[in-house]
Design a protein around this ligand. Structure first.
Ligand code: AMP
Ligand code: GLY
Length: 424
């Protein structure tokens, strides 16, 4: 196969494009809509990731051997279904299987059915019943919009009056529109989080390196939840037995439940987990590569990516074990002023000079009228440092991220620091 098509415009898609181009410099890559970073590896076509008909028409015209769908929104809108119906091979689940991310109510129901460990929760559309249940659970309590909200639909409420307010903002004031017209009131789980991503053909699955996201905006895990402000992989100190348990108790039964419903899941199944004293429990599922986890995971993958994704898309996942660099990767996100609320855009960006073992993935960037690089979204760049030691990977990522010039930029200077403290 000599041509691949990547849908999306974020740091995750830049990392995918970078990896595909690195594996096979002869591969013809197209991206829609892409971004200035992706443009170094791919021909970018200005079709939005939300324009399903436009993306299908582009695939019809280009006839790629594989289409890799990055973001959740086109998956939830049925892009994989539409491409398959027109004879294109696509990596990413059908809309029915993508409901595991696009409806948290559906995901909870599926987990109950499959006996997958997760937090106790109930689904509500009426504010009064939701508030009553939150008071039954007691603070802290978690309120989640059921629909897609770009990582911003979850509030961990430390008091019941905060929970009341969040319930009202979603169900009475409709601050997230339809995404929040149904919500979950959920038990708070204590522990450290872990992101386990597997590539699957619906039945068999291949785990990628375990990663850790940093969801809160501020240092020390303070401030609002975001799409993710940094990540690292692999997570030190995760024993292989724990990953086996996650495979057996969480991933396999979830895939089996989706198959049993007649909606097998092909693509990346991302389990966001809480490592609780009672064992790993699911916080959420995503139906795609994580962002920014992918920017930390793919730089360590030695095996070629395309055959892996292609085999999963065909329903015949390769049996070849994945090979990984014996190294660590740490990613620091550089976000715009105002993120995660209303990010400021259109500001010039000056990138520091390139350094070995540091990768700068573009996310919310664009090319200005004079050809200059400008900000165009909330998360602007993802800076990954790769090194044989965790410490050095942390330093490489942070120092380069700090040298990025962008007015009002926000970044966490503590990605990986809890890990460092543990080691000290
Ligand atoms: P989600 O979008 O469901 O992954 O939630 C975003 C973030 O909120 C998670 O990564 C956790 O940090 C936090 N969170 C969600 N649900 C819970 C829970 N039940 N207990 C504790 N923290 C949670
Ligand atoms: N990093 C969290 C996500 O991709 O949703």
């Amino acid at each position: 196969m000599r041509k691949a098509f990547i849908v999306g415009a974020g740091g995750r898609e830049h990392a995918i494009a970078w990896k595909l181009a690195k594996d096979d410099p002869g591969l013809e890559l197209i991206a829609a809509p892409g971004n200035p970073g992706i443009a170094a590896h791919a021909r970018c076509v200005p079709v939005a990731a939300s324009d399903i008909a436009g993306l299908v028409a582009l695939a019809d015209a280009e006839r790629p051997g594989l289409t890799v769908i990055g973001p959740e929104a086109p998956l939830a809108a049925g892009l994989a279904d539409e491409l398959a119906a027109r004879g294109h091979l696509a990596f990413g689940p059908t809309a029915a299987a993508a409901r595991i991310e696009s409806s948290k109510a559906f995901a909870k129901e599926l987990m109950r059915e499959a006996r997958v460990p997760t937090a106790v929760a109930a689904v509500f559309t009426e504010p009064e019943a939701a508030r009553r249940y939150a008071h039954e659970l007691g603070a802290p309590v978690v309120i989640k919009a059921s629909g897609l909200a770009a990582g911003k639909g979850v509030t961990v409420c430390s008091t019941l009056s905060e929970a009341d307010q969040v319930v009202d903002s979603l169900l009475a004031d409709h601050v997230l529109g339809d995404a929040g017209s149904e919500l979950l009131v959920e038990e708070f789980m204590q522990g450290e989080e872990l992101s386990v991503l597997v590539v699957t053909d619906g039945e068999r699955f291949m785990p990628l390196l375990p990663a850790r996201d940093h969801k809160r905006l501020g240092d020390g895990d303070t401030g609002p939840n975001t799409g993710g402000m940094g990540a690292y992989a692999p997570v030190p100190g995760i024993p292989p037995e724990l990953l086996d348990e996650i495979g057996t108790a969480i991933i396999a039964p979830t895939l089996a439940a989706l198959r049993a419903r007649g909606t097998p899941f092909r693509g990346v199944l991302y389990a966001g987990l809480m490592l609780t004293p009672e064992g790993p429990k699911v916080v959420e599922f995503n139906c795609r590569f994580g962002d920014p986890e992918t920017q930390a995971i793919l730089p360590l993958l030695k095996s070629p990516l395309l055959p892996l994704l292609e085999s999963a898309a065909r329903g015949a996942l390769t049996a070849d074990a994945l090979r990984w660099e014996p190294a660590y990767a740490v990613t620091t996100v550089v976000a715009a002023a105002g993120y995660p609320g209303r990010p400021r855009t259109g500001d010039p960006i000056a990138l520091p000079p390139g350094e070995p073992d540091v990768l700068v993935f573009h996310a919310g960037t664009a090319t200005g009228s004079g050809g200059e690089l400008i900000s165009a979204g909330g998360r602007v760049l993802a800076v990954t440092g790769v090194a044989p030691t965790f410490e050095l990977a942390v330093t490489r990522s942070r120092e380069t991220a700090e040298r990025v010039e962008l007015e009002g930029k926000q970044l966490r200077s503590d990605i990986g620091s809890r890990e460092l403290a543990r080691r000290a």
